[in-house]
Design a protein around this ligand. Structure first.
Ligand code: F6P
Length: 327
């Protein structure tokens, strides 16, 4: 028989994302609604290992739905990657009489949660929070929509100056090995080219496209680049293009961590609220070692193990649209 859930702990881990506060608020208020005592853990898995627990209530999460970042703070913990670190974290949960854990974060957070849940008898539920949107099994992660809006606002501004000076701009966005931000924001901001790790397009393809733009009479262009493995690859790309097409005046802008901050969009606040409530209800329905997500507008529960074995494919139809509308 599954143990009655009386006390839960919630934490945020990995890169923060706008809407994490809204998710914590929803978890806490859903817990209170179902007569469960919620605890916040400060600084992610590091705080779990160090026992940084604090009891929360409906009022402790007032006026945070509109705030970026995470009031519980976030961290990347190398100690939690070790069995000993996870053992310490489990002992802290037992010491604080925690019956289940809710973790808000991205793929690194979920990978840690998956190990933890296999090793110890403590239910874990994940809530996807990352601007990268690179979690298999959910159409959207918390923070992705806000980051897209931040990017298109920045690109719009850069376009003004690019047009005034007839310049070619490489604008690099976050997303690690995933091109979700670059692809969607690229279409939204009307970028002439989008370079993402998930597609097989190379520098030759880019040069051919720039030559076509030149022949078509374009005097300035925006190229949106997903950062890939390492931030800064746009400088290398700009150099390569400059060697072949020296007539262009080229500039590079790396948007960086500006993409992780700011007030969450309405879409992210609502998604965070839905997923927070859904996480508590999944626990009460006896679910464990899953994360809650949204697929085709339906709330879904996905085994944490699938995050490690699958990756989120890029939308090929959007790539096709980008090609047509950028001519
Ligand atoms: O949150 C995800 C992400 O923004 C990636 O796109 C990026 O590569 C990474 O985090 C950088 O995070 P940090 O500087 O916190 O290590």
């Amino acid at each position: 028989m599954t143990k009655k859930i009386k006390r839960i702990a919630v934490l945020t881990s990995g890169g923060d994302s706008p809407g994490m506060n809204a998710a914590i608020r929803a978890v806490v208020r859903a817990a209170v609604y179902y007569h469960i005592v919620p605890f916040g853990v400060y600084e992610g898995y590091k705080g779990l290992i160090n026992g940084q627990f604090q009891e929360l209530n409906a009022r402790s999460v007032a006026n945070i739905i509109n705030q970026g970042g995470t009031f519980l703070k976030s961290a990347r913990s190398s100690e939690f990657c070790t069995k000993l670190g996870r053992q310490k974290a489990y002992e802290q949960c037992i010491h604080n009489k925690i019956d289940a854990l809710i973790v808000i974060g991205g793929d690194g957070t979920f990978t840690g949660a998956q190990f933890f849940s296999k090793e110890f008898d403590l239910p874990v539920i994940g809530i996807p929070g990352t601007i990268d949107n690179d979690i298999y099994g959910t159409d959207c992660t918390i923070g992705y929509d806000t980051a897209l809006n931040t990017v298109i606002e920045a690109v719009d501004k850069i376009r003004d100056t690019a047009t005034s000076h007839n310049r070619l701009f490489f604008i690099e966005v976050m997303g690690r090995n995933a091109g979700f931000i670059a692809l969607r924001a690229g279409i939204g901001a009307g970028a002439e080219n989008i370079l993402i790790p998930d597609s097989d397009r190379d520098i030759h393809h880019l040069l051919a496209s720039l030559k076509r733009s030149d022949r078509a009479g374009k005097t300035s262009s925006i190229i949106l680049v997903a950062e890939g493995k390492e931030s800064g690859r746009s400088f290398q790309l700009a150099k390569q293009v400059n060697q072949k097409l020296s007539a262009y005046e080229i500039k590079v802008t790396i948007l960086g961590h500006i993409q992780r901050g700011g007030r969450p969009s309405c879409q992210d606040r609502v998604l965070a609220s839905q997923l927070g409530v859904s996480a508590i209800e999944a626990l009460l329905n006896g679910k464990s070692n899953i994360f809650v997500g949204i697929k085709n507008n339906q709330l879904v529960c996905v085994p944490l193990s699938e995050v490690i074995t699958h990756s989120n494919p890029i939308n090929a139809e959007l790539l096709h649209v980008a090609d047509i509308v950028s001519t």
